[in-house]
Design a protein around this ligand. Sequence first.
Ligand code: ATP
Ligand code: MG
Length: 278
Amino acid sequence: MLAFEDLGIRFGGNQAVQGVTGRIEPGVITAIIGPNGAGKSTFFNLLSGFYKPTSGRIRFGEQDITGWPTHRVVAQGVARTFQTTTIYKELSVLENALLGHRVRTRAGLWDALLGSGRERRESRASLEAAHAALARVGLEGQAHLPAGSLTQEAQKRVSIALALATGPKVLLLDEPAAGINPEETVNLTRTIRELAASGLTVVLIEHKMSMVMTLADHIMVLHHGQKIAEGSPAEVSRDPAVIEAYLGGHAAPHIRDELRADLVQDAAALQGRGAPHE
Ligand SMILES: Nc1ncnc2c1ncn2[C@@H]1O[C@H](COP(=O)(O)OP(=O)(O)OP(=O)(O)O)[C@@H](O)[C@H]1O
Ligand SMILES: [Mg+2]
């Protein structure tokens, strides 16, 4: 569905993504993992048109979308969220979702100024799409609150709603569980699973391994901008190159301890026992 070939981008002397070939299969949850600075967010920036690749091609269905600007990529059906929650905190939750939808509406400036039939029709459609997007992430009850007044987790949901309101076929989530607690992570995991079950193709970048292992059908591993492994969660987690990427180097024992602490905490929450107390 979304295919990339020899995809790469160079910033000056820094080859942030290099020679990445693969495809995102429809109806499958794909996770992209890899150490900090591996090129994961940059890869999303390439797929979503935020950066133009310096090498390679991207196809979406039959269409070659290489180098397309973001709004055209969005209109084709690829939407994304950002690693840092980018919502309009002073606007209401509903207004945020409405902004998400606007990129897909066709009414031009004149229609807006003259209040034409098309603008009115599209306003109604926008409102319906925005409400539907909020319902999908469980935020109908908070539609009229300022987005900035919500919890960190609910703000993550707002940013997902903003993407959903554009009517995507593929949803790219960049670290949806960053900065939220284990119990919230479990709830968000459930929501993402429901989105996938409704037919959306989900691709997620995530460091929280419990979420990755619970959600992903397929995992792709990036390291130093290159794809070093891909496969099922079981295959990837015993791949020597992956273990080396995560645990290799001088900091190994320290990173291993941190990873283990994360896993224990997340696993406890996943089993519904709540997070262990400090
Ligand atoms: N606009 C840019 N200009 C210059 N360098 C960039 C730019 N965007 C990304 N990079 C570089 O690309 C590399 C990969 O960064 P990226 O943010 O994609 O990593 P990541 O895998 O998402 O890491 P993290 O897990 O910490 O979010 C880094 O060396 C980064 O400095
Ligand atoms: Mg990143």
